[in-house]
Design a protein around this ligand. Sequence first.
Ligand code: AP5
Ligand code: MG
Length: 243
Amino acid sequence: MAVTGNKQFKRAARIILVGAPGVGKGTQAERLMKRFPQLSAVSSGDLLRNAVRNRTDLGLEAESHMKHGSLVPDDMILKLILSELKAKSWIPPTSSVSDPSPALPSDSPSASFILDGFPRTSLQAARLDSLVPVNLVVSLVTPVNIILGRIADRWVHAPSGRVYNTGFNKPRIEGKDDQTGEPLTKREDDNEQTWRARLQKFNDTSNPLLEHYDRKGILWTVQGNSSDEISPKLFGEFEKRFC
Ligand code: AP5
Ligand code: MG
């Protein structure tokens, strides 16, 4: 589907994508960045997978949690996200979780961002609230049987996190990343058993998380059987709120 465009925001969009594993958070973040060039995105899963690939201390500790489909400890993910938000200048460099900086982030449209996969627990959400005021939380909903069918067909370019699907958005050359030509691989947690554990974890943690944002009046839910059905609804809502 055509997603390129040059829609301009009038104010900063600070957005969180929430949804079951494989619902299409990464796919929608990619499309939103094409449609709204001021947006950039951070995926907590991609940050963790990079840490695992680079064999950092944090990566080594995260690996077994991820392999088993459970969440990594809150402190670990908070540390990782905080340093990423600072590196991207989305929060002031002096901010810390225990001592959030009182300075508000810029409301300039160029300070717009999407967080894909973070926060995932209400504790993470409360910590994020103290660092940066999010202004839209999108809950993506697709039936579980449809999602399961996609996981087996997902391939990734590990260094960039680019996602392909042999039944939906094939790479131009089989098994190769479109931009670098490097080989595509499977994610270690992309098997049915681990996916079911991830789904169970999502079911256990997402209600309190969504209620947290619903109470703040910033939760918006979008449903669809496919990403192609969901994307136009997302684009419309973003234009209404931020353009
Ligand atoms: P993370 O990487 O965030 O994984 P996830 O939430 O399980 O989500 P996925 O990345 O699997 O799916 P997605 O929704 O991005 O879907 P995608 O667009 O790829 O987290 C991994 C692990 O890290 C967690 O289990 C946890 O251990 C840890 N972690 C991460 N964040 C954490 C946090 N905050 N706290 C604690 N731990 C944390 O789409 C899926 C597939 O479907 C793709 O192949 C895509 O091409 C395809 N697809 C999309 N749309 C369609 C369509 N319309 N038709 C057919 N196929 C489609
Ligand atoms: Mg993803």
